[in-house]
Design a protein around this ligand. Structure first.
Ligand code: DAH
Length: 346
């Protein structure tokens, strides 16, 4: 008989009832036990059962209702127990301390450089890391065959995937590219500091990496002289490495400056007396600089008869190495917290 089958099938269902929360449980109660519930419907059908079967089916129906009620109560108790457990949480307890992150040593040093130069009127300028040949080399007076453009040094961006032909889109290999961006978009006087990441096609080792950071400085105005450059760099060196610091400028060559120089500071480890760090010389090199070549000014639309300027560029990793004795460049990009945590108090 259909009623008997229905009772048996519902009995199977209700003894396995599952609910994830009180709302789901209430929905189950309504489904089976409410006035319009499935079990109540079976009780209504029971009225039509012939007398000789009433006794047996009546018992089955009662068992079904008890099983459903029993299971629903059991689930209800489980939820109540969980809630009671949650209510026991002591929300007034002092929380576990949250470990604070540290600032990256390269950021610390870059910010210090920015801070020192901002005190003498430099503002920050930025340019794109994906650049074109013109801004990185051409306008900076690099001859067309200059070796710096070579694939060995520069990462070229291939326009079409799989095409090995170099294009004139590249990852900037120095922040001097920001000079050309600023000079073509602003009128002198210009006094900017350009921090940023640069890329070179180098094998990664303790002493070289395929990306690193530079800070470029540029000052263009009427009557800017080499003495102004020297004064600014001396001021910077003393602020960065301490008032005892001495500087020396050695003649050098860069396509975009004339004359050009490299600057050493007195070794900040031995104070200039000579140690293994400065290879006994008492001096360590920290940057390249010079007077902006008139060709560069003209290429950027600045009248080189009216204006002159100086530029300098330094490696942030190099300065960080001198300040914090980080010998292996790879540490800067490995995100090893044992290294980074050492800068906690800085
Ligand atoms: N761009 C040079 C480099 O990457 C550094 C440099 C040297 C920048 C002399 C300058 C400069 O502005 O005047 O090695």
């Amino acid at each position: 008989m259909a009623l008997r089958d229905n009772i048996q099938s519902l009995l199977g269902q209700v003894s396995e009832l599952k609910a994830n929360n009180a709302e789901e449980l209430e929905a189950l109660r309504i489904k089976y036990l409410s006035k319009k519930g499935e079990i109540t419907a079976l009780f209504n059908e029971f009225r039509n059962v012939p007398n000789e079967e009433k006794r047996e089916l009546g018992q089955m129906l009662n068992q079904l209702r008890q099983t459903a009620e029993g299971r629903i109560n059991e689930l209800k108790e489980q939820f109540e127990a969980k809630k009671a457990e949650a209510d026991k949480l002591d929300l007034t307890r002092t929380p576990d301390p949250i470990a604070l992150g540290t600032r990256h040593p390269l950021s610390l040093v870059r910010e210090e450089i920015e801070d020192i130069f901002s005190r003498i009127g430099f503002t920050i300028a930025q340019g794109p890391e994906v650049e074109d040949d013109k801004h990185v080399y051409g306008m900076l007076n690099f001859a067309p065959e200059h070796p710096a453009r070579d694939m060995q040094d520069t990462f070229f961006v291939e326009k079409e995937m799989g095409v090995q032909k170099p294009t004139d889109v590249l990852l900037r290999s120095h922040t001097s590219s920001v000079q050309t961006r600023v000079m073509t978009s602003q009128k002198p006087p210009i006094r900017v500091l350009c921090p940023g990441r640069v890329y070179r096609n180098e094998a990664i080792s303790a002493r070289a990496h395929c990306f690193f950071h530079q800070v470029e400085g540029l000052y263009i105005d009427k009557n800017v002289s080499f003495a102004d450059l020297r004064e600014a760099l001396l001021y910077f060196s003393k602020e960065m490495f301490g008032p005892e610091t001495k500087i020396r400028l050695r003649p050098s060559y860069f396509p975009f400056t004339e004359p050009s120089a490299e600057m050493d500071i007195s070794c900040n480890i031995c104070g200039g007396t000579g140690c293994s760090f400065c290879k006994g010389t008492g001096w360590v090199e920290i940057l390249g600089c010079g007077m902006v070549d008139p060709n560069v000014l003209e290429a950027c639309g600045i009248d080189s008869k009216e204006y002159s300027g100086y530029a300098f560029g330094m490696g942030v990793e190099r300065i960080t190495n001198l300040k914090y004795r980080v010998k292996d460049l790879r540490l800067f990009s490995e995100n090893d917290v044992r290294f980074l945590r050492q800068f906690e108090s800085c």
